[in-house]
Design a protein. Structure first.
Length: 358
């Protein structure tokens, strides 16, 4: 099941704005649902009707704000009678071949993307396909094609969402850039950040410092007439749900991200794209986590400084062979994945500097 921006059932005239988690997941009990990082979810989930999404709307789509960063973990049985298990079991029915007229009706290299529903292949939703990449909802065999298909929605100032024609929605784009990064399509993600967020930040009529809710593909500051009393001229210009690059650049491009509550476990997996150097970090109850990387001739340097009582994993880009990795002049042996070209090493707490040579 892919989480999205809202709950939408076109066949229902009313849908409650707040649902308890047991109501949303009728196939599980309350004690099986938790709000990351480990706190049981007691609050209701905020749910909103979609504005003017296209398609038959026969499925549930739900989501959490980017500024909240919530992750819901659900234990389920794919073979059970519950609706959630059924959704996963029948996921293959939701995958359709993407095509356009320029290639005779078939996507490049047989590209595949998720269609609107198992009965409606008229659109391939931007948010659904982005989340398929981000949350491993797509078969690894065609994630590259799904990522490519998303680029067909791009215009000179951002990604137009098929499910909301003419609209560029930064909430959806936030998932798209993170989805590209999740499968290491780094340059594609960086390009979209510059295309959309860069356009707004450099727009003389914008704020120059915040993120907008959305705008039209002609550059008009209008957004989603439905939900605004048929007046889309009131989009938010200080919109937390449009801040996707903030976490994407930290967690994927810098590459430092928690893998356990409080970052007691973490991963440092840098992605370069066309950048030369990056530094950043975050703070949790354990303390301050920071890292940086910088390209050098024939390799790069990588530094990190993390609190005690934390353990990590380094996932280091290499090339056609295992890289030579040195930690404070001591050579380190890592595990090289020939298929991905990545080296993995166990990392300890404290402050360390690595030198990587190809």
């Amino acid at each position: 099941m892919l989480a999205g921006h809202s709950v939408y059932r076109a066949s229902e005239t009313f849908f409650p704005r707040n649902l308890g988690i047991e109501q949303l997941f009728s196939c599980i009990t309350h004690d099986l649902a938790y709000n990351y990082p480990g706190q049981q979810q007691e609050d209701t989930i905020q749910i909103f009707r979609s504005w003017n999404l296209k398609g038959n709307g026969s499925s549930l789509i739900f989501g959490f704000g980017k500024e909240v960063g919530g992750i819901i973990t659900v234990n389920y049985s794919a073979s059970g009678s519950g609706s959630l298990g059924l959704a996963f079991t029948e996921a293959k029915n939701w995958t359709g071949t993407w095509s356009d007229s320029s290639n005779g009706g078939s996507g490049p290299d047989g590209a595949l993307a998720f269609k609107n529903s198992h009965v409606d292949g008229s659109i391939h939703p931007g948010i659904g396909n982005s989340m398929a990449l981000l949350f491993d909802g797509a078969d690894a065999a065609y994630t590259a094609q799904t990522s490519h298909q998303l680029t067909t929605n791009w215009c000179p100032i951002g990604a137009v969402t098929p499910e909301q024609p003419y609209n560029i929605v930064l909430y959806i784009e936030s998932f798209e850039i993170t989805g590209h990064l999740a499968i290491r399509q780094t340059q594609r993600a960086l390009y979209l950040v510059r295309l959309s967020w860069g356009w707004y930040l450099n727009n003389p009529y914008g704020t120059g410092s915040t993120t907008i809710e959305g705008y039209l593909d002609d550059g008009t500051f209008r957004y989603a007439n439905d939900g605004y009393n048929a007046d889309g001229s009131y989009p938010s210009h200080v919109h937390g749900w449009g801040t996707g690059p903030t976490d994407a650049l930290t967690l994927y491009v810098l590459g430092l991200r928690p893998t356990a509550p409080g970052a007691s476990a973490w991963t440092l997996a840098p992605q370069f794209g066309d950048l030369k150097a990056v530094e950043g970090g975050f703070t949790t109850p354990l303390g301050k986590f920071s890292a940086s990387w910088k390209l050098t001739s024939g390799g790069y340097t990588l530094e990190y400084d993390v609190p005690e009582n934390s353990t990590g994993t380094l996932v280091l880009p290499s090339k056609s062979k295992a890289a030579c990795v040195e930690l404070e002049r001591w050579k380190e042996d890592g595990r090289w994945d020939t298929s991905s070209g990545l080296m993995m090493l166990d990392a300890s707490e404290g402050k360390h500097k690595f030198t990587v040579k190809y």
